[in-house]
Design a protein around this ligand. Structure first.
Ligand code: HEM
Ligand code: HEM
Length: 230
């Protein structure tokens, strides 16, 4: 079993580091790409006969009206249920692996670093909930006509890629069968997911913020974006 042992050592040793480096470096590269694909907006030229500020202010709708229309067309207004579901899903998805005791023990052993950990019972329940959310998103892509219309095999593949580390982590934790092999599969699944984040549509992890804070008209949070596509 020397080959098996060697592979185990590589996957749970250097490959973990490689995965994290690719994850961080990939995200940095994508952020740099975003700034290279966009440029600062030209300053607005103000015509000589521009209206006076007080006339412009007089034309602005009152605050109550602006408050009412602010959410129009946003996910929060159009699909409040999905906005809540996806927020809870993402919070769990990001926090569970970070606050997981097993991960923190490994992190401490190799880097002397440790985040606070939740109880194992809690993270186990969160894991089941995350898997449940993945199943929900899967069924939504099949049964909701408007989501099915824009779904491709790629969307299903990526959803499965996100589901896999949680499913294998769960099976490993409960030692349901072939512990060593399942654990190896878990570490590989985790690494694969991390590496895929910057290079697949999972890159929305950073693009979500870049688009919404810098670009106008991309469901932006900022009323007027500071950059435009080149
Ligand atoms: C990349 C390197 C990774 C390593 C070395 C690793 C290692 C481990 C280990 C040793 C366990 C405990 C198994 C047991 O108790 O016997 C575990 C559990 C778990 N891992 Fe990972 N993991 C990695 C990545 C990930 C990623 C990226 C995710 C999710 C995004 C993840 C999610 C989980 C979950 C949710 C559990 C616990 C499941 C439960 O308690 O029900 N892991 N991991
Ligand atoms: C903090 C950063 C993140 C933000 C702000 C964010 C935001 C979003 C938004 C707005 C959606 C669309 C929700 C909808 O269909 O209504 C989405 C979908 C999704 N996100 Fe994220 N995301 C983030 C990080 C991540 C990460 C790190 C992963 C996994 C590694 C991930 C996995 C997914 C998946 C799988 C879906 C699609 C679910 C489906 O198939 O419908 N997200 N995200």
């Amino acid at each position: 079993m020397a080959v098996g042992e060697e592979m185990y050592g590589f996957v749970s040793g250097p490959l973990v580091l490689i995965a994290f480096v690719l994850f961080v470096l990939g995200l940095v590269i994508q952020i740099v790409r975003f700034f290279r694909m966009t440029r600062k907006k030209d300053p607005v030229a103000i015509p000589v006969s521009s209206p006076r500020q007080k006339d412009v202010d007089a034309l602005r709708p009152p605050e109550e009206v602006r408050k009412k229309v602010r959410l129009r067309g946003t996910v929060l207004r159009m699909e409040p249920f999905m906005a809540v579901v996806t927020t809870i899903f993402h919070l769990m998805l990001i926090l569970t692996p970070i606050l997981l005791l097993a991960h923190n023990l490994l992190l401490e052993m190799s880097w002397g670093l440790r985040f606070p950990s939740l109880g194992e019972g809690t993270t186990d329940i969160l894991t089941v909930a995350i898997m449940g959310f993945c199943v929900f998103f899967f069924l939504r892509r099949i049964f909701s006509a408007k989501v099915r219309a824009i779904s491709t095999p790629y969307d299903f593949l990526l959803l499965f890629l996100v589901f896999l580390p949680f499913a294998t982590g769960f099976v490993a934790y409960h030692q349901l069968f072939a512990y060593k092999i399942v654990l190896l599969a878990h570490v590989l699944a985790g690494e694969l997911m991390l590496i895929c984040i910057p290079f697949t549509k999972l890159v929305h992890m950073v693009f979500f913020f870049l688009y919404r804070f810098f670009l106008p008209g991309e469901y932006s949070f900022a009323p007027v974006g500071r950059r435009v596509w080149k």
